[in-house]
Design a protein around this ligand. Sequence first.
Ligand code: 13P
Ligand code: SF4
Length: 402
Amino acid sequence: MSATFTEPRPSGALLLLGEGSDLRSERGVECTGALPPASDPDLVERARVARAALGDRAFVLGHHYQRDEVIALADVTGDSFKLAREAAARPDAEYVIFCGVHFMAESADILTHDGQAVVLPDLQAGCSMADMADIAQVEEAWEVLADAGVADRTVPVTYMNSTAAIKAFTGRHGGTVCTSSNARVALQWAFDRTGGVDGDGKVLFMPDQHLGRNTAVLQLGMGLEDCVVYDPRRPAGGLTERELRDARMILWRGHCSVHGRFSAENVAQVRERVPGIHVLVHPECKHEVVAAADQVGSTEHIIRALDAAEPGSAWAIGTELNLVRRLAASHPELAVHYLDSTVCFCSTMNRIDLPHLVWAMEELAAGRVVNRITVDADDAHWARVALDQMLALPAPAPTTAG
Ligand code: 13P
Ligand code: SF4
């Protein structure tokens, strides 16, 4: 049995985990089919059989924030940058099974050819940050910039965590996509198009204000006063024309609900508790957290830093819990701490679980393509322009802050 909310959802009504969908949401497609119960003792074996039946016809991508049991079935794991490249590099796979979130699967669809189907095992696996910017709001913001006389000096840069429609907007207006791995090179590229970091050009950075601010201030040497926050829920973004003209970085008011919870007090407390500890955080954390940390980097960077760490050293990690738990387990020679014990898993990443993955693989093995993610041709064309621009940027160097 599945449920679909086509009418306004009764206040307080929750969807059953794994069943139904909210048609008003960005992902708005019903998740059809009977899922195996999570209690099925044969789930792991069913997964193994379905995966073997699919063979080389399928390629399974797993983001670093996925559950252990999903990571165990992934052909490759990575951050959003690496997974975008991996998807683009598998033209022979008929099915790309994306164990991650919706915007990543959209990007994979754009980067693969029409004969390949990108499948997201649970269509409810979205991203609350990506949902903080919709295309109508972005078009309106661009008009606000035009009215202030600054649109022609502004390059849009959108984080990978955004809808395909916003990536397409970015491609149409000569901008680029970036990820947490390459935000510095992407911003440098964008400013170089309008007279350099010391010129008077601007970047409209969407939708994560923290990644934009952290990169501009800590890596490009700008001041906090060069950044303004555009709030899509306020008239003209809540900014005066003067503020828009004076700004270098126009930051969309969006944030990650997981990383946004780490605080500067967490950093101070862990340093007091564990003298000499290295604090390593994701750039989606607030500016004061990143400024107080020793290092900042994408999920791939965090993994590499721990792989290279001195045995016996202590590390406090500020990113999603699934990844930190795996890092702690795979590095018994290190003391790996979670930066704040009240911050937990990304609930939408966690929607991809064994029942959904088994269901999707069994359906594909039976010749039924389920939960296919497709982007319409016009958006796909322009989003690809912005994604290709990102893939053409120079390789990102490791980042350090604090
Ligand atoms: P990465 O770019 O590090 O994979 O991060 C993606 C993401 O969603 C982080 O919250
Ligand atoms: Fe989105 Fe944050 Fe989850 Fe990443 S961790 S998918 S940014 S909500």
